[in-house]
Write a protein that binds this ligand. Structure first.
Ligand code: ADP
Ligand code: MG
Length: 293
C-alpha cells in the first residue's frame, strides 16, 4: 500500500504554466477543495460510505445482452466481483471483451439485462430514474477515452456542469470548478474551449469534471487511450494521487502496463472474468514519467 500523500513538488499537475504549488499537492491542506474533503469531512460521500475495507461496489452475476438486427450479442456474461472502498483496480481485457459495457452499467449509464449492482450499500435496481441520476451525480465520477467535453463550453463551464445538476449556487460552482481545475494544473486554461486545449489538457478537464462533486468512486474507461505517453503518464499520476487521497478508482484498459498502475487486476475475456489478482510490483507514475511499456 502506498501511504505517501505528498506528491513531488515538481508535479505534472503544476505544468502548463501554473503556480509552483501543485494542484494535487494542495489537496492535503486546502480543506475547501473537493479533493481534499474526501479524507476527513464527514459530509462527503467518501466519509459516509468510504471506510477503507467496506465494499463500495458489489457486482453480482451481471449480464448484458444487446439485441442487434435480431441477433443477440452477449457483451457481459455473468460477472461478479466486489471492490473495497479506497481500492484501485484495473479491469483489463482485449477490445470487444465487454469492458465498456460493464463500466456503463456500474456507472448507471446503462441498465443490466440481469444481475445486481450495489453501490455504497444501495441496490441500483431499486432506484427510479431520479434516484439513479442522483447516485450517479454524487457518488460516481466518469472519465472517458474521448473526454466527452461540451465542445462549445469553456473548461470552467464544463467542470461546473455536474454542480448545476447537484443544485449548487453559481458562486459556489465557479469557486469549486476553479479549485479543481487548479488542482489538475489548468489554472491558466479556465476559459479555453476543448479545441483550444491539448488532448492531455482536455482529459485533465474531464478529470476535474469527474471530481467536482467529490464522488467516492472514479470510473475511468481507457483514459489514456487517446493520449501520447507523456500526457498518459500525467493522467495515471493524477489517478494514483486520487487513490492515495482515499478515492476508489476503477480503471479500464487493454494494456498490461497501464493496468499495473493499480493494486489489483481483474481480467475479462468474452464478457467473463478470467482472473482476479493483486499486482505485486505496481508501476508508479511520477511528475515527469511517460507511460512506458
Ligand atoms: P470493450 O470496451 O471491451 O472493447 P464493449 O463493451 O464496447 O467492449 O463491447 C462488447 C461487445 O458488445 C462487442 O462485441 C460489441 O460489439 C458489443 N456491443 C457494445 N455496445 C453495443 C451496442 N450498443 N449494441 C450492440 N452491441 C454492442
Ligand atoms: Mg471499451
Amino acid at each position: 500500500m502506498v501511504n505517501n500523500s505528498n506528491p513531488p513538488s515538481n508535479s505534472p499537475l503544476t505544468k502548463g504554466g501554473t503556480s509552483s504549488s501543485s494542484p494535487l499537492a494542495k489537496g492535503g491542506d486546502n480543506m475547501n477543495s473537493p479533493l481534499a474533503k474526501g479524507g476527513d469531512n464527514m459530509n462527503s460521500p467518501l466519509a459516509k460510505g468510504g471506510d477503507r475495507g467496506v465494499n463500495i461496489l458489489e457486482v453480482d452475476e451481471l449480464v448484458k445482452t444487446y439485441k442487434l438486427d435480431g441477433v443477440n450479442v452477449e457483451a457481459v456474461r455473468g460477472i461478479s466481483f466486489t471492490v473495497k472502498s479506497g481500492e484501485f483496480i484495473s479491469i483489463m481485457g482485449p477490445s470487444g471483451s465487454g469492458k465498456s459495457t460493464l463500466m456503463h452499467m456500474i456507472g448507471c449509464l446503462d441498465v443490466p439485462t440481469s444481475g445486481r449492482i450495489i453501490i455504497d450499500g444501495e441496490e441500483t435496481k431499486d432506484l427510479n430514474e431520479n434516484q439513479l441520476a442522483k447516485l450517479r451525480n454524487q457518488k460516481i465520477g466518469f472519465v472517458f477515452q474521448t473526454f466527452n467535453l461540451l465542445p462549445r463550453a469553456t473548461a470552467i463551464r464544463n467542470v461546473e456542469l455536474p454542480m448545476i445538476y447537484a443544485g449548487l449556487s453559481i458562486s459556489e460552482r465557479t469557486k469549486r470548478a476553479r479549485e479543481v481545475l487548479e488542482r489538475v494544473g489548468l489554472k491558466d486554461r479556465l476559459n479555453h474551449r476543448p479545441n483550444q486545449l491539448s488532448g492531455g489538457q482536455q482529459q485533465r478537464v474531464a478529470i476535474a469534471r469527474a471530481l467536482v462533486n467529490d464522488p467516492a468512486i472514479i470510473l475511468a474507461d481507457e483514459p489514456t487511450g487517446n493520449l501520447d505517453s507523456k500526457s498518459g503518464g500525467e493522467v495515471m499520476f493524477i489517478l494514483q494521487e486520487l487513490h492515495k487521497e482515499g478515492k476508489t478508482v476503477i480503471l479500464v484498459t487493454h494494456e498490461q502496463y497501464v493496468a499495473e498502475h493499480a493494486e489489483r487486476i481483474v481480467r475479462v475475456l468474452d464478457g467473463k472474468i478470467v482472473s482476479d489478482e493483486k499486482v505485486t510490483d505496481r508501476r508508479k507514475s511520477d511528475n515527469n514519467s511517460e507511460i512506458v511499456k
